[in-house]
Write a protein that binds this ligand. Structure first.
Ligand code: SAH
Ligand code: SF4
Length: 382
């Protein structure tokens, strides 16, 4: 096959108005529109979808089932680039962290946690976070914006590039699970998160089952029903306290949506049953939320909800005012829950040495002033 013979038959394609657009992040309908605008039938959009999301093509030349003229037309009008990797780190425990830089210079972190029986990719939904949970590094970042659908999807695609597992359906995948537990509050960026997860769940796309995707929220109550109805992914809720007085301080969103309202939304979350429980995340903060009384109260709060509790040893970051609970207190807390019939494993911290563990992610921006942090810690202990 001679490239020159073909190229003689058509002039180099001129881009349509509006400049080159990124194909990554497009829904099926958007890709069909894009292909139609180039004068091609809808089935070409399905082929293109397959190349982009299922095969992970990073250029148009590789799309050999498409004609050369069409590939040239696509190349003139679209891009399928990945974000720039500003830095890549590997922890002594095998956890990998990528700092990704987007076109406007903003950065987010994506973390891959390989385990024996699965591999979890922790992705971000926002640059920074508008919520200011007192124990969370991300919450101290002042600069915040939503990630686009493209920026969310491309975290998964970049990780697949790095781990080397295209096509998406390949056997023995290393990335088996996705958790929206990186930077940001996913339910504050629901539309983009939803479109991204639909691409992630498409069997001809990135091909993750909704059962392998978990969205973690700090408790944006009015969005939880939509999340359940439109995505049906597993839900994780950052509870962290059993009394409003404490939660108001460490998760300030609680002042808007208190514990009772949050638990009602959990009870109403569709598809929840004993085989598919809601995960309640509970960060263990010494002297703040880790007493035996707290553990008993937690078991009481969850008694009519199919729930499991994930006890997260607090991960410190430079300058934070809190300390992690003592190991014996965490174990006792777990035992009390287990005795009450609530499974409460202690999450093994991963990637601490590269600041990749829960709540340590932060890309840029300023930290809170030391005096602010001391004031907030005093508020809780008071
Ligand atoms: N914004 C969402 C998802 C991202 S945070 C949410 O808050 O649920 C993912 C989890 O890490 C949350 O449960 C969060 O509370 C927890 N976390 C935050 N900072 C932490 C820290 N320093 N140590 C341990 N866990 C932390
Ligand atoms: Fe935002 Fe979640 Fe951190 Fe709270 S814990 S500040 S909601 S990222």
């Amino acid at each position: 096959m001679s490239g020159t013979a073909h190229t003689q038959h058509f002039a180099p394609p001129a881009p349509l108005a509006g400049g080159a657009k990124n194909l990554i992040g497009m829904s099926r309908a958007e890709m069909e529109d894009a292909v139609r605008a180039l004068g091609e039938p809808d089935f070409r959009a399905r082929q293109l979808w397959h190349w982009v999301y299922h095969r992970g093509a990073t250029g148009f030349e590789a799309m050999t089932s498409l004609s050369k003229p069409f590939r040239a037309l696509l190349a003139a009008n679209f891009t399928i680039g990945r974000p720039e990797v500003a830095s890549a780190q590997v922890s002594s425990d095998g956890t990998r962290k990528w700092l990704l830089r987007f076109a406007d210079g903003q950065e987010v972190e994506t973390v891959f946690i390989p385990q024996e029986e699965r591999g979890t990719l922790c992705i971000s939904s926002q640059v920074g976070c508008t919520l200011t949970c007192r124990f969370c590094h991300t919450g101290t970042q002042r600069l915040v914006r939503n990630l686009s659908t493209a920026e969310i999807v491309s975290q998964i695609m970049l990780a697949r590039d790095e781990v080397g597992e295209w096509p998406a359906s390949s056997a023995d995948r290393k990335i088996t699970n996705i958790v929206l537990m990186g930077m940001g509050e996913p339910l504050y960026n629901f539309d983009n998160v939803a479109q991204a997860m639909k691409i992630a769940m498409d069997p001809e796309g990135l091909s993750f089952s909704r059962r392998k995707i978990t969205l973690s929220t700090s408790g944006v109550v009015p969005m939880m029903a939509r999340c359940g109805a439109e995505l049906g992914v597993n839900l994780a809720v950052s509870l962290h306290a059993v009394r409003d007085e404490v939660r108001d301080v460490i998760v300030p969103l609680n002042k808007k949506y208190p514990i009772a309202a949050l638990l009602d939304a959990c009870r109403a979350y569709p598809g929840t049953h004993n085989a598919r429980r809601i995960t309640f995340e509970y960060v263990m903060l010494r002297g703040i939320n880790d007493s035996a009384e707290d553990a008993r109260a937690l078991a009481g709060l969850l008694k009519d909800i199919p729930a499991k509790v994930n006890l997260i040893p607090f991960n410190a970051w430079p300058g934070v005012a809190y300390e992690c609970s003592k190991a014996t207190d965490i174990a006792a807390f777990s035992d009390i829950l287990a005795a009450a019939g609530v499974s409460a494993p202690i999450r093994a911290p991963r990637g601490r040495d590269i600041l990749a563990a829960c709540g340590q992610l932060k890309s840029a921006g300023q930290r809170l002033k030391k005096s602010d942090r001391e004031a907030s810690a005093a508020e809780v202990t008071a």
